[in-house]
Design a protein around this ligand. Structure first.
Ligand SMILES: C[S@@+](CC[C@H](N)C(=O)[O-])C[C@H]1O[C@@H](n2cnc3c(N)ncnc32)[C@H](O)[C@@H]1O
Length: 456
């Protein structure tokens, strides 16, 4: 690899006798990982499928390495949201945040959604996840991944940290700041990050990270946990940001984190601080473990004002307006999803409990998307299909992995199938993939156009 000269000189000065091993790691192949989505399948049942040649990632029970000749991204199980393809070191972050079902969690820099979907799975549909992304196009991808993984209690926004901090003071139990960074830890995986790298950009990233962390800090409740992570080695963006933040905020301290084999301590001497707690932060190095470069700091807010009761959304849509939805539920579902309903235009959602009013925020998804109330009919959404199981639906069409009709379904073709007239949930090996509407032996395909497999 053609690594920037300034970068190499800097790493040599920092790493000293470790430098040779560090540089040699760039000659090795990047490592590929997938994380099983435990909202849909247990790790045990997933492994029974014997799909890929998998090897356990030591620091995350749902995480596995797969060999570079496998293509899990182009597989029906991927479309069914059974797993998320995620870089192995990045999986350490969700585990360190350790979200508990029922809590309110913010993922401030969320796209494309590796960590948000990890958090969503750990929440088991209980509590509230706010997944945010500042860039509009990336926020759309985040929303798609949240839906593919079948997460029900997630709101996706496209906001600045400042705007969210005004709306959610002291609101969250846990916050993740997976900050935009200079990406030094991803050079092996993403050569573009290598081309864009410069010392000036490292400095720019560090000042932006501190600003983002400032805003995040305002949204944590006293006693809460904030995890800050990057995928860079630069001390200015890692220990440096944490040290400056702690100096400004005595109400925060660094918490002890679990150090798995190969995890190394943050280096206080690299940023010239005497704060020994910096050594409780974690560095993941490609020459010490099987993964790319990452930094993780776990902070806790030991003090601070209790913001008191925050005004939450209480009103729900008049049920009379939802007649077509309830009729759909009666006809096709064994149990109609109930909750606090809201309508965004014709789109119907169930919002997570304890959600605050979202007026004047850019919201892509205010909760669990159920479908659209059209003129005298209800059309179920793809998100609903992916969050239901065959036990939830009256009419199901099960396709095996070897069934030719599976590819046809993913390509968006109509299928010849005998069965019950009306909305059918289509599955692969029992895992929901999408909707189809059956009439006279022909299944009209409702797999979303933008997701259809083309060119195969
Ligand atoms: C490292 S990526 C997040 C990866 C994501 N957490 C995941 O696991 O898939 C950082 C994100 O921060 C976003 N970002 C860039 N500038 C930002 C800012 N000023 N405030 C908040 N987020 C920003 C980027 O668009 C990017 O999507």
């Amino acid at each position: 690899m053609n690594l920037p000269k300034d970068f190499l000189e800097k790493m040599q000065a920092l790493l000293k006798n470790e430098y040779e091993a560090f540089v040699a790691s760039y000659e090795e192949n990047k490592l590929q990982g997938l994380r099983v989505n435990t909202l849909k399948v247990s790790v045990e049942d997933f492994l029974k499928q014997n799909m890929f040649q998998l090897e356990q990632i030591p620091w995350v029970e749902e995480g596995f390495y797969y060999p570079s000749n496998e293509r899990p991204g182009k597989h029906a199980f991927h479309e069914a949201g059974l797993y998320y393809i995620q870089e192995p070191s990045a999986m350490a972050v969700g585990g360190t945040l350790d979200p508990q079902p029922g809590e309110r969690i913010l993922d401030l820099c969320g796209a494309p959604g590796g960590k948000s979907t990890h958090v969503g799975a750990r929440l088991k549909h209980e509590g509230f996840l706010l997944a945010n992304e500042i860039h509009p196009a990336r926020a759309k991808i985040l929303a798609q991944n949240v839906e593919r993984m079948g997460i029900r209690n997630c709101v996706v926004t496209n906001e600045t940290p400042e705007k969210l901090a005004q709306r959610f003071p002291g609101y969250f139990h846990r916050i993740l700041v997976d900050a935009p960074c200079s990406g030094e830890g991803m050079f092996r995986k993403d050569p573009e990050a290598c081309e864009e790298w410069s010392l000036e950009n490292v400095a720019l990233c560090a000042s932006r990270q501190l600003q983002i962390l400032e805003e995040a800090g305002k949204m944590l409740m006293p006693g809460g946990r904030l995890v800050y992570s990057t995928c860079t080695f630069a001390p200015e963006e890692n220990e440096g940001v944490i040290d400056l933040f702690l100096k400004r905020h005595p109400e925060y301290s660094v918490e002890d984190a679990v150090f798995y084999e190969g995890f190394k301590s943050g280096r206080k001497e690299w940023v010239g601080t005497s704060n020994a707690s910096i050594e409780k932060t974690i560095r993941l190095w490609p020459h010490h473990l099987k993964g790319e470069g990452h930094f993780v700091a776990v902070l806790t807010k030991t003090d601070g004002e209790d913001p008191g009761k925050i005004k939450t959304l209480t009103k729900s849509v008049d049920r009379k307006l939802l007649k077509d939805y309830f009729d759909f539920g009666e006809a096709y579902l064994n149990k109609t999803p109930e909750g606090q309903y809201i309508l965004f235009g014709e789109q119907l959602y169930i919002i997570p409990r304890e959600m605050v009013p979202l007026e004047n925020l850019k919201v892509l998804r205010p909760g669990w998307h159920l479908g659209a109330i059209k003129k005298s009919r209800f059309e179920p959404s793809h998100a609903l299909a992916l969050s239901l199981t065959r036990e939830d639906c009256k009419y199901n069409i099960s396709l095996g992995l070897e069934d030719d009709r599976l590819l046809g379904y993913l390509k968006g073709e109509a299928l010849s199938i005998d069965g019950n007239k009306g909305w059918n949930l289509v599955h692969v090996e029992g895992y929901s993939l999408g909707w189809g509407k059956l009439a006279e032996g022909v299944l009209k395909n409702h797999y979303p156009k933008g997701l259809r497999w083309t060119g195969i």
